[in-house]
Design a protein around this ligand. Structure first.
Ligand SMILES: Cc1cc2nc3c(=O)[nH]c(=O)nc-3n(C[C@H](O)[C@H](O)[C@H](O)COP(=O)(O)O)c2cc1C
Length: 222
């Protein structure tokens, strides 16, 4: 698979089959992604990987806390408060495709709860990843993290695997910190589901639009 094919194949998948992914495959993906560039070669990424009984133990804790109505304070605001256009509409449209796949025109409390629960379970994926960053680092290093994340997702695609990045996990920093005994300098950047898609589930693939090139690029001098 070439880079273009991997880019075109990668979409956020929100329904996985339980088929396992081998440790070797995960190691190959995470270690090949190390070639991602970073300013000053900081390599700011830290990754915690869960599978099998450890994944079940972790997600059971999170689901239990979610069901008990516990809300942990997120360490950072994932979406800026009161963000205007075009972001508001883009976010709403992306959400609408999910609600439609779940049989609803609007985000009813039941649909939102179901989506949260699916996030809690890494959408049924056999591997869950938590990406952390040293809280002393700043915006440039957060961008480096994004490059690493995309590298992981493209390499997963190359293995015939699917992914869903999950900012959702920023809501569970306390649980994650306790589960992994995170050193105080580490904070959760986001999580990711990894596995094989389940096309039988209507939520599996929800296609999202992209703005035209002319809306975000200015090209001169050719
Ligand atoms: C950093 C990051 C965090 C995300 N967090 C979530 C999440 O918590 N839950 C979710 O269902 N999708 C999440 N997404 C997926 C986005 O909704 C998705 O990338 C976007 O709608 C574009 O769709 P596509 O990935 O299918 O191309 C996240 C994506 C990124 C890059």
């Amino acid at each position: 698979m070439d880079v273009r094919q991997a880019l075109e194949r990668r979409v956020s998948i929100r329904a996985f089959r339980p088929d396992p992914v081998s440790r070797e495959t995960v190691v190959d993906i995470l270690s090949t992604a190390r070639r991602a560039p970073s300013g000053g070669n900081f390599q700011p990424w830290r990754v915690f990987v869960l599978a099998g009984s450890e994944l079940a133990r972790f997600t059971d804790i999170v689901v239990q806390r979610f069901e008990a109505g516990i809300a942990e304070p997120p360490e950072y605001q994932f979406y800026p408060k009161g963000v205007g256009e075009p972001y508001r509409t883009r976010r709403r449209e992306a959400g609408d495709t999910r609600y439609a796949a779940m049989g609803s025109k609007t985000p009813t409390p039941e649909i939102l709860r179901e989506l949260q629960l699916r996030n809690c379970r890494f959408f049924g994926a056999p591997v869950g990843l938590i990406f952390c960053i040293d809280r002393r680092l700043d915006r440039a290093q957060w961008a480096d993290m994004g490059i690493y994340l995309q590298s992981v997702m493209l390499l997963a695609a190359d293995h015939g695997l699917d992914t869903c990045p999950q900012g959702f996990w920023t809501n569970w920093h306390e649980t994650i910190a306790a589960f992994f005994s995170l050193p105080p300098e580490l904070m959760v950047y986001c999580g990711m589901s990894l596995g094989y898609r389940d096309p039988a589930d209507p939520l599996c693939v929800t296609s999202t639009a992209r703005a035209d090139l002319a809306e975000f690029a200015e090209i001169r001098g050719f």
